[in-house]
Write a protein that binds this ligand. Structure first.
Ligand SMILES: [Zn+2]
Length: 150
C-alpha cells in the first residue's frame, strides 16, 4: 500500500525548514518521512545535526537508526534533493536511491544560485517517483529570502 499526497506533511516540512540555522552558502530545507500508514517516521531540517548536514540525509539517518523499512515510505522535502554536493561525497539523491524510498514530493526546484542541480532527473532515472507539488515555490523563496535577494 502506498499512501498518497497529504498537504499537512508538506506544510510541516516547510515549518521545519524555518528552524534551519541560516548560512550564506546553503538553503534552508525541511524533510518529513511518512510511512504507508500515514505516520511520521522522521523529520529533519538543514544543519540540524551539523554544519553541512542536509535535511533529507538527516531524516533518512533517523529513520535508519529507528530501523524503519523505507520501501513504502514517502519523503516530503521543501527543495529538490541535491545531486551535486560540494560539502560531502554522497548526495541526498544517492542516499534516497539507496534507502528504497520510492516516492518523493518536492516543494521547489533549486534556484541556480550555488550549483546547477539535477536531483529530480537523477532520481527519476533510478525509478523514484518524483512529484513537484504546485504552489510552494514562492514559500520556498520566502523562507530563503535572504539568500535569494539580489
Ligand atoms: Zn542534499
Amino acid at each position: 500500500m502506498q499512501s498518497s499526497y497529504k498537504k499537512e506533511y508538506m506544510d510541516l516540512a516547510f515549518d521545519l525548514s524555518r528552524k534551519s540555522p541560516k548560512v550564506k552558502e546553503a538553503f534552508s530545507v525541511g524533510a518529513v518521512i511518512v510511512n504507508a500508514s500515514n505516520q511520521i517516521v522522521a523529520t529533519a531540517y538543514s544543519r540540524e545535526t551539523g554544519e553541512y548536514d542536509h535535511a533529507e540525509e538527516i531524516a533518512l539517518l533517523k529513520a535508519k537508526r529507528a530501523k524503519v523499512n523505507l520501501n513504502n515510505c514517502i519523503l516530503y522535502c521543501t527543495l529538490e534533493p541535491c545531486a551535486v554536493r560540494k560539502s560531502k561525497d554522497k548526495s541526498c539523491s544517492e542516499h534516497i536511491i539507496e534507502s528504497g524510498i520510492s516516492t518523493i514530493f518536492v516543494g521547489a526546484r533549486e534556484p541556480n544560485l550555488f550549483v546547477k542541480q539535477y536531483g529530480i532527473e537523477k532520481l527519476r532515472e533510478s525509478v523514484v517517483s518524483v512529484v513537484i507539488v504546485e504552489g510552494y515555490q514562492a514559500l520556498f523563496e520566502e523562507v530563503n529570502a535572504e539568500l535569494l535577494k539580489i
